[in-house]
Design a protein around this ligand. Structure first.
Ligand SMILES: [Zn+2]
Length: 362
């Protein structure tokens, strides 16, 4: 038994699952882990030897994923079946979900494929497992997806050893890229592919959940067999560890849209903004509520809200000073609000505040 912890892959699950040691806060994914096909699919009409090539799986990626999961005590969800059956790194409505053609090879077994059946049997359970894993984690887990790419594409050599793919959340990608470069790797920043694929695996589980994430692509000749893959994973491990530390504590960046209500991102953001404005309006109306009571009860107050606004602005390169940002919440200069509404804190409030601070800082 190679794994010290629970490892499951039963007959009917289209994924391999490695469960975490407590509190790892890290989930590894490997959408293209396998070259295998479930019983009844033959070789999809392809020459069997094609299943040893990159069109069937991301060579080496599974062993890298298992090694990293073991190293970090993290959970991992890996595809059990080949991407030729159904591509788990595509949205359900993506036209390349079930490929008709891959790197020049027609896939006869996919010509008359029942896409809905492939989704129901293989695609949905895989993503449901990832969603459950995220839901079961404490706080905000970090997602890292492992892939591999061919050394050459359409006759051109690819110079990168490793690629880091990301979309709009660079929290993890930036320190990862910097760390890999420091370690002497030639790194592709959104190369050889772009990470901006809407509805791909990390968009769905990372971006929409607001969780820190990155996709790591490794050149296949560097992880061509299991021993090389394990050795490479152990070179990556300290770089990933440093990047996680450099990123700071993981936290949720966005709220997830309601599953049943389809809305575009702009609409969702405008609803979130409306809720924020209503909160601010409410706090302005309820000027009888003291900041110290908010702090004692909920660990945040009007000043915190203003500071969060300032931090959000800073991430967009907009510099606000503290009072300026807090004015958004107060609707006036913070000093003026204080003069008008803030009461002398009672000894009981003070004592509660000291106790609450101790609780959060211990
Ligand atoms: Zn891949």
């Amino acid at each position: 038994m190679r794994f010290k912890y629970r490892f499951s892959m039963t007959e009917d699950e289209p994924f391999e699952y490695i469960s975490p040691r407590a509190g790892a806060g890290l989930v590894f994914l490997c959408d293209h882990a396998s070259r295998a096909l479930p019983p009844g699919f033959g070789h999809l009409g392809l020459a069997p030897e094609l299943f040893a090539t990159h069109i069937a799986s991301d060579i080496g990626a599974a062993e890298v994923t298992r090694t990293l999961a073991a190293h970090f005590g993290a959970s991992a969800v890996l595809a059990r079946w080949s991407r030729l059956l159904v591509d788990l790194n595509r949205g359900e409505d993506d036209p390349t979900l079930v490929m008709m053609l891959s790197d020049g090879s027609v896939i006869p077994g996919n010509r008359a494929a029942c896409v809905a059946e492939r989704i129901a049997r293989f695609h949905r359970p895989y993503h449901a497992r990832i969603a459950e894993e995220i839901a079961a984690s404490d706080g905000a887990p970090v997602l890292i997806s492992m892939h591999s790419f061919t050394p050459a594409w359409k006759g051109r050599a690819r110079p990168w050893h490793v690629g880091v793919l990301w979309d709009r959340d660079a929290r993890l990608a930036r320190p990862l890229i910097a760390g890999l470069e420091r370690a002497g790797f030639t790194v592709g920043d959104n190369e050889p592919y772009s990470g901006e694929l809407e509805n791909d695996c990390l968009y769905r589980h990372g971006t929409l959940n607001g969780l820190p994430h990155a996709l790591i692509e490794i050149r296949q000749d560097l992880i061509a067999d299991d021993a090389a893959a394990r050795a490479f994973a152990l070179r990556l491990a300290p770089i990933i560890e440093a990047a996680l530390a450099g990123m700071g504590a993981a936290h949720i960046r966005f709220t997830r849209p309601l599953g049943a209500t389809a809305m575009d991102e702009k609409t969702r953001e405008s609803l979130e903004a409306a809720a924020f404005r209503r909160l601010v309006a409410h706090l302005r109306e309820r000027s009888d509520v003291q900041n110290i009571d908010l702090m004692n009860l909920a660990g945040f107050c009007r000043n915190c809200l203003g500071d969060w606004y300032r931090e959000a602005a800073a991430e967009k390169g907009i510099v606000l000073d503290k009072d300026e940002a807090r004015e958004v919440v107060y609707g006036m200069k913070p000093a003026e609000w204080k003069r008008k509404y803030q009461k002398e804190a009672t000894p009981a409030q003070q004592a509660a505040f000291t106790a609450a601070q101790k609780k959060t800082h211990s």
